[in-house]
Write a protein that binds this ligand. Structure first.
Ligand SMILES: C[S@@+](CC[C@H](N)C(=O)[O-])C[C@H]1O[C@@H](n2cnc3c(N)ncnc32)[C@H](O)[C@@H]1O
Length: 217
């Protein structure tokens, strides 16, 4: 991922944000040492943002698309009440095994329920459920489909956070299927009058969407 902000400023932002629990630093370190695709991990700055959004929205039920080794799920779990839960979709069994090992080390891990397999299948199975917050961070080609399927599962006033919406700047002249899908998703969000949204220039672009209540549109 090409950095949109220089490393020194990113480090400064990290070091001037509230520290996250030690187990998350260990999980990040473990992932960087053992996975060649560790750049997929969201990290402390975006994790801190997710954690605050969970607190600010008083979320109790969270849906995540894209667990990887569990960094974002465990970060959000630390902000949930004891009866809170996260359902997280992931298709990679090795990533799931790492995540579960770290979840087993903390009481917050008990709030996370992993749904192995393709996320679109899991979303179909969840069609009668409702969530307070959702985080989309998986295969980019499916972003428009995830948006269409996740929004109906959010309660009115619920939040949707979407990662990588600047896609290393590729959204400015999209070429590959992933570029085109993210650009299409960004247009879809912009033209959707059932939501309020802002595309933040945090990390690789993070869009925060609030589903309007029926009274507000
Ligand atoms: C960017 S990583 C998620 C990072 C994670 N949220 C974190 O903060 O560490 C994307 C993950 O989505 C998973 N994934 C990709 N396509 C998927 C699909 N169709 N169904 C379920 N998981 C998928 C990948 O295996 C990968 O682990």
């Amino acid at each position: 991922m090409e950095k949109l902000i220089n490393q020194a400023l990113e480090d400064y932002a990290r070091s001037h944000s509230s520290p996250l629990p030690d187990v998350l630093q260990e999980l990040e370190q473990y992932t960087r040492t053992h996975r060649s695709d560790a750049q997929m991990l969201s990290g402390p700055l975006e994790g801190g943002l997710l954690r605050l959004l969970v607190m600010l929205s008083s979320a109790r039920r969270i849906l995540e698309i894209g667990l990887f080794t569990g960094y974002s799920a465990l970060t959000m779990a630390t902000a949930l009440p004891v009866n809170g839960e996260i359902i997280s979709c992931e298709k990679d069994p090795e990533a799931i095994a790492i995540a579960q090992r770290f979840f087993d080390r903390t009481p917050h891990g008990r709030k996370i329920h992993i749904r192995p397999g393709p996320a679109l299948d899991t979303l179909e199975a969840l069609r009668d459920e409702q969530f307070d917050l959702a985080f989309i961070d998986a295969d980019k080609e499916n972003y428009p489909s995830y948006y269409e399927r996740v929004l109906p599962l959010l309660r009115p006033g619920g939040l949707l956070v979407i990662d990588n919406t600047l896609w290393s700047g590729q959204v400015l002249s999209p070429k590959t299927p992933a570029d085109l899908a993210i650009a299409a998703l960004n247009r879809k969000v912009r033209n959707d009058d059932t939501v309020d949204a802002v595309l933040l220039t945090v990390r690789d672009g993070v869009t925060v969407v609030r589903k309007k209540t029926t009274a507000s549109y």
